[in-house]
Write a protein that binds this ligand. Structure first.
Ligand code: NAD
Ligand code: DAU
Length: 376
């Protein structure tokens, strides 16, 4: 297969590219990425010289460019991750989110439609797989702030922390109720993907995943931002009371799910992906502080004084919790890592890769692109 992975230079995309390039030497993997502030080719240093990997700097909104690339590369599969992904940025600049997440997805869909319809075999053997978020479902209520035993058991949730903060979970049949400009734009893109299946018969799949954590995440997101701040003893800005709940999944487990669903998922289906691993922000922050302190040889908990409560995020969703039992039941996927293991690996990675972090926080990697593409 010849597969375009969009957003492959970003956090999750780089893990998906790495998995596909290493696992499928018989495939050609084309990483299509605009290299916004969130795209970083240093995330893919270990695969950049592989013969089955190609990087193309392109904007998904460039319909003609994307269409030509699909023709030139005889593309059979698309795994679409490129998006603006940070909620706080969407609150400041919703237009960019509509442009990239909605119009960019539409441009990918229309280019794939025109190209695949022009082939003798048409949709046969083709796949358009759209990666979305659990945020499209809105927010769940915290009916049990003290935590209750959840109805599900999986490897990841059977660790020490194994509580749910309400009886309800996001299931695939829930109605969409996005609250932020980011999630509204993602919701809209999900609708376009389904419309292309229902109207034209395009073989599409959509998945909605919970919060990912792990190496190569841009340090505007909670976990890498806080690891870096703790290291440098800078304040940790906790929104509101720190009581909001997120369901955390190790990024490589998401990439494994994407691989499985791309190959075995049913056309026109939606699958939710999550770790059954709910945490209040303040609790996860304390785990991160203790882990960073321990790995840096500081007295554990010394840096709790960095916690600084700040004004809450506008429209801050209270609780996300994914029910991924459909994916477990139908395709046999479950997370491979227990949370305690995943967070230890993650903190260790950021502490061991200070150069990566310094390049990203100083913006040096963006200058590298300017030089690299100067004059083209
Ligand atoms: P990210 O911000 O780390 O990376 C996004 C990538 O897309 C970057 O490489 C960027 O350069 C590229 N990109 C942005 N606009 C582009 C454009 N117009 N054309 C081409 N490339 C462009 O994002 P992420 O956290 O890795 O998320 C990837 C996808 O997964 C997104 O669609 C996001 O909505 C979804 N998702 C993320 C999470 C999470 O916890 N991070 C959870 C569920 C779903
Ligand atoms: O649920 C999936 C989503 O998870 C993805 O679709 C998004 O792309 C991804 O960014 C993530 O969204 P969140 O808004 O949940 O992630 P973030 O890391 O920004 O914040 C996690 C929680 O921590 C959230 O409740 C807000 C809070 N927070 C975040 C930051 C950056 C803070 O309290 N302080 C902070 O400085």
């Amino acid at each position: 297969m010849n597969i375009i992975i969009t957003g492959g230079a970003g956090f999750i995309g780089s893990h998906v590219v790495r998995l596909f390039v290493n696992k499928y030497p018989q495939y050609k993997i084309i990483n299509l990425d605009k290299l916004t502030y969130a795209g970083n080719l240093a995330n893919l240093k270990d695969v950049e010289d592989k013969p089955n990997y190609k990087f193309v700097k392109m904007d998904i909104c460039d319909f003609e460019g994307v269409y030509k690339l699909m023709q030139d590369e005889h593309v059979d599969g698309i795994i679409h991750l490129a998006a603006e992904s940070h909620v706080d940025r969407s609150i400041k600049d919703p237009f960019t989110f509509a442009q990239t997440n909605v119009m960019g997805t539409l441009s990918m869909l229309q280019a794939a439609k025109l190209y695949w319809e022009s082939l003798p075999e048409k949709w046969e053997g083709k796949r358009f797989y759209h990666i979305s978020t659990d945020e499209v479902y809105g927010a769940l209520e915290m009916t049990h702030p003290e935590g209750i035993k959840p109805p599900f058991t999986t490897k990841a949730s059977s660790g020490e922390h194994h509580l749910a903060y309400g009886e309800k979970f996001f299931t695939e049949d829930l109605k969409y109720q996005p609250h932020s400009p980011y999630s509204a734009a993602k919701a809209s893109s999900d609708h376009f993907v389904r419309a292309f299946h229902d109207t034209y018969g395009m073989p599409t799949i959509v998945t909605n995943c919970s919060n990912n954590y792990g190496p190569y995440q841009f340090p505007e997101k909670l976990i890498p931002l806080f690891i870096n701040n703790i290291r440098h003893r800078k304040p940790l800005p906790v929104y509101g009371k720190g009581e909001n709940v997120r369901d955390w999944l190790y990024v490589e487990d998401h990439a494994r799910a994407i691989d499985l669903i791309f190959h075995k998922g049913k056309i026109a289906e939606t699958y939710n992906i999550g770790g059954f691993n709910e945490w209040k922000n303040i609790d996860i922050i304390k785990v991160v502080i203790n882990t960073v302190d321990r790995l840096l040889g500081r007295p554990e908990g010394q840096d709790m004084d960095l916690i600084t409560y700040v004004t809450d995020r506008a429209g801050h969703d209270m609780r996300y919790a994914i029910d991924s039992s459909k994916l477990q039941r139908e395709l046999g996927w479950e997370p491979s890592l227990q949370f305690e293991e995943g967070i230890e690996k993650t903190v260790r990675w950021y502490l061991d890769n200070q150069e990566w972090m310094d390049n990203v926080t100083s913006g040096d990697y963006l200058k590298y692109y300017e030089d690299m593409y100067a004059g083209r």
